[in-house]
Design a protein around this ligand. Structure first.
Ligand code: SAM
Length: 221
């Protein structure tokens, strides 16, 4: 088991790398500018949550704001958190240019400061793979979710080696889902965190910009 100081050192190294990242949106694999990616996530989430604009949604690890902007543009009430100012500044600029109201906060998604039962839904894209403690994070997400509310996230692709690719071998091997995750394992973690009715949903569109995402979702019991 990692000590608290090992863990904070690891987290600081990871956060610093995001703070130094100026080109996230231009990475094709990140899909930020892909219309297919927007369509898949927009439809996927609205099919699960319905389209009520009253829904208060928290975007976990918003980065440059892909989900926050997409869902805010669809009329949902969005709060977005990330621990990297550099990443979130980009999200803020885009939200302001598009005049989409989003509440941004700098926070560690493994230690949220929101009160219990604050949100109707928690969404997260491309974040589980980089967490140092996905189990603790899931518990935090469920804590700030109201009973009956839903967590929706994507399962990191097995064999992706994103941890090593982004942070190098040393850090990569310390991340529980740095090389992707078995869906069953994520389902187990979500169940332990207090979610029920846990299911998987494949988002896929063939074509030039062929995209595939496996969503996991569940409701707070
Ligand atoms: C791959 S990016 C994904 C950004 C965005 N969700 C998207 O779909 O494009 C991962 C983001 O998670 C953030 N992140 C990672 N660990 C975090 C933590 N413990 N607390 C807050 N943000 C975190 C990083 O700063 C980064 O912006």
């Amino acid at each position: 088991m990692k000590s608290d100081s090992d863990l904070s050192e690891l987290k600081n190294s990871i956060r610093e790398q995001w703070d130094a990242n100026q080109n996230y949106d231009s990475g094709h694999a990140h899909g930020v500018n892909s219309e297919t990616e927007k369509e898949l996530w927009g439809n996927g989430i609205s099919e699960l949550l319905g389209r009520s604009p009253d829904l208060k949604i928290l975007d976990i690890g918003t980065g440059t704001g892909f989900l926050a902007l997409l869902l805010g543009g669809m009329g949902y009430d969005i709060t977005a958190v990330d621990w990297s100012m550099t990443m979130m500044e980009k999200a803020k600029e885009k939200a302001s240019a598009a005049q989409i109201p989003i509440k941004f906060e700098v926070q560690d998604v493994e230690n949220l400061t929101f009160s219990d039962d604050s949100f109707d839904a928690i969404v997260s894209r491309h974040v589980l793979w980089t967490l140092t403690d996905p189990s603790r994070a899931s518990k935090e997400w469920v804590r700030v979710l109201r009973p009956g509310g839903m967590v929706i996230a994507d399962i990191p692709r097995q064999g992706s080696d994103s941890g090593k690719h982004h942070y190098g071998e040393e850090i990569g091997k310390k991340l529980p889902f740095g090389n992707g995750a078995d869906p069953e394992r994520v389902m187990g973690i979500f169940k332990e965190a207090g979610l029920g009715n846990i299911n998987l949903k494949l988002l896929e569109k063939q074509g030039e910009d062929h995209r595939k995402t496996l969503l996991i979702y569940g409701e707070k019991i």
